[in-house]
Design a protein around this ligand. Structure first.
Ligand code: PSV
Ligand code: MN
Length: 424
C-alpha cells in the first residue's frame, strides 16, 4: 500500500493546534531544541524483514491477516512505516528467510521507499529443506568439521548478498550450546566456534563490521556458546577491529544491569549495535518500552554519554534495530509503538544535564544525581519527538493515522486474510 503525502498532511493539519501548544510548552524549558530535533530526525531504527508478520510461540500463531507474502511486500510495509514516522529508513534481512531474487531490482525498490539495507543476518539455528547437514547439535561449535564448514559457507554467502545490496555489516547469532551437563566440552566448543568466526571474519569486506550477538539461554538451556557479553567480547577482541558485540535487550538473565554492560562495551570501543525489544521474564520480544521504559532511558543515557565521550555520531556509528515479535498486535502498529518508545528514551537522554550529573557524581551527591536523571526521564518529550517527525515530513500521530486510513483493512484486501510472512 502506497501512502500519498497529502493524506499525512491532512491528518497533521487537524492535529496541529494541540501539537503546537504542547511543543511550545516543552520547548520553552530547553535551550538546545534545534540540536535535539536534528538528532531525533537523524536517528533511524532498522526494521528486520522478519518483523512484518505475526509472531508466534511454540504453542501457536494467530495471524492478523494481510501479512507480506514476499520480500517486496515486506519492503513496502517498511516503506509505509518510514513514510509515516520518518525514522525507519532501513531494513535488515535474514538469510535464507528473505533472499533477494534480483539484487538490482531489490535495491531499486528500496530506493523508491527511501530505505537502505542494514546488517544482514545469517541463520544457522534452523535446518533448511535443501541443507546437507543438520544443526541439531550446533553449527560453528559442531564436532563434525563438515557441519562447521557448511555454517561458515552460509555466512560467507550472506555477506555476498549483503555486498550486492549495499549492507555494511553481518550479524551472527548462534544458537549453539548444550541442553545438558556433560553434553559439550566448553573449551573445544569455544575454540571451534572461534575458528569458524575467524573464517567468516576473513571474508568481510574492508569497510564491513561483524556483530557477535549473545544470548543467555534458548534454544539451549544448559549452556550457550555465545551466552553473555563476556563471551561475545572475548570473540570480538580475538577476531580484530571489525568485530563487535551486539546487545539484544532480551538476551540477559533477569535483572541484569544492561546499562552498565553498554557503558563498558562502549568505553572499550566494542559496542557494535542494538536489538531493541522489552521483556518481563526472558526473551519475550515485547514492544520496546512496554514493560520497563525507565531501563530503556537508563540505557540511552549511557549510550548518549558514552558516545559523546568518544565523539561518535549517534545516528551512524552503531547499528540500531528492532528485534521484537508481535503475537497479539498488528505488526505495523507494534513497530510504530516501538520506534516511538526508542525516540522518547533517546530524547529524554539528550535532556540529561550531563555536566551537572558529572559534578554530582564527583562529589558523591547521590540524591542530586538521581534527581538529575529523573528530571530528564519525567519530562514529557512526546511533543519533541512529534515535532521532529513533522519537520522530516512524517506524521504527528502515526498510530492514529494508520487507524484512520484503515491500513490493515487495505492490506487484507490487497493480500488476503490468510497470508504468512517468512520468519519465526
Ligand atoms: C535470537 O533470539 C534473535 O534475537 C537473533 O537476533 C535472531 O537472528 C533473531 O532473534 C531472529 O530470530
Ligand atoms: Mn536479536
Amino acid at each position: 500500500m502506497l501512502l500519498e503525502k497529502y493524506k499525512i498532511d491532512e491528518h497533521n493539519h487537524r492535529a496541529s493546534p494541540d501539537h503546537k501548544r504542547d511543543f511550545e510548552f516543552v520547548a520553552a524549558k530547553i535551550t538546545n531544541t534545534k540540536d535535539i530535533l536534528q538528532k531525533l530526525e537523524d536517528f533511524q531504527i532498522a526494521i528486520p524483514s522478519w518483523a512484518l508478520g505475526t509472531g508466534g510461540t511454540r504453542f501457536g500463531r494467530f495471524s492478523g491477516g494481510g501479512e507480506p507474502r514476499n520480500l517486496e511486500e515486506k519492503m513496502e510495509d517498511v516503506g509505509l512505516l518510514h513514510a509515516i514516522n520518518k525514522s525507519s529508513g532501513a531494513i535488515s534481512l535474514h538469510i535464507p528467510w528473505d533472499i533477494p531474487k534480483n539484487a538490482q531490482s531489490t535495491k531499486a525498490l528500496a530506493a523508491q521507499h527511501g530505505l537502505r539495507f542494514d546488517a544482514v543476518n545469517s541463520n544457522t539455528f534452523q535446518d533448511q529443506p535443501d541443507q546437507q547437514y543438520s544443526y541439531k547439535f550446533g553449527s560453528l561449535q559442531h564436532v563434525d568439521r563438515s557441519v562447521r564448514k557448511q555454517a561458515v559457507d552460509h555466512n560467507i554467502e550472506v555477506i555476498r548478498h549483503g555486498v550486492e545490496l549495499g549492507s555494511e555489516s553481518l550479524t551472527v547469532w548462534l544458537s549453539d550450546g548444550s541442553c545438558f551437563p556433560g553434553q559439550l566440552n566448553f573449551r573445544k566448543a569455544f575454540q571451534r566456534t572461534f575458528e569458524g568466526l575467524q573464517e567468516i571474519y576473513a571474508a568481510l569486506p574492508d569497510h564491513w563490521k561483524m556483530f557477535v550477538e549473545y544470548k543467555a539461554f534458548e534454544p539451549n538451556f544448559y549452556s550457550m556458546t555465545v551466552g553473555d557479553w563476556g563471551q561475545s567480547l572475548l570473540y570480538a577482541n580475538k577476531l580484530g577491529p571489525k568485530a563487535y558485540t551486539l546487545v539484544d535487550l532480551g538476551h540477559h538473565l533477569a535483572n541484569a544491569n544492561i546499562e552498565q554492560i553498554v557503558a563498558l562495551l562502549l568505553s572499550e570501543g566494542k559496542l557494535g549495535g542494538f536489538h531493541f525489544n522489552d521483556s518481563k521474564y526472558g526473551d519475550d520480544d515485547l514492544t520496546v518500552g512496554s514493560i520497563n521504559p525507565y531501563q530503556l532511558f537508563l540505557i540511552f543515557n549511557e549510550l548518549v554519554e558514552g558516545m559523546d565521550a568518544r565523539t561518535m555520531n549517534h545516528a551512524s556509528d552503531l547499528g540500531w534495530m528492532i528485534d521484537a515479535s508481535h503475537n497479539v498486535k498488528d505488526p505495523l502498529e507494534d513497530l510504530i509503538q516501538s520506534v516511538e518508545a526508542i525516540k522518547i528514551a533517546y530524547a529524554q537522554a539528550l535532556l540529561v544535564d550531563t555536566r551537572a550529573l558529572h559534578a554530582a557524581q564527583e562529589s558523591n551527591d547521590v540524591a542530586l544525581a538521581q534527581e538529575i536523571l529523573q528530571q530528564a526521564y519525567r519530562t514529557d518529550v512526546r511533543p519533541l519527538v512529534a515535532e521532529a517527525r513533522l519537520q522530516a515530513g512524517g506524521s504527528l500521530q502515526p498510530l492514529q493515522l494508520v487507524r484512520s486510513l484503515k491500513v490493515r483493512e487495505n492490506l487484507i484486501r490487497e493480500r488476503g486474510q490468510k497470508t504468512v510472512a517468512t520468519g519465526l
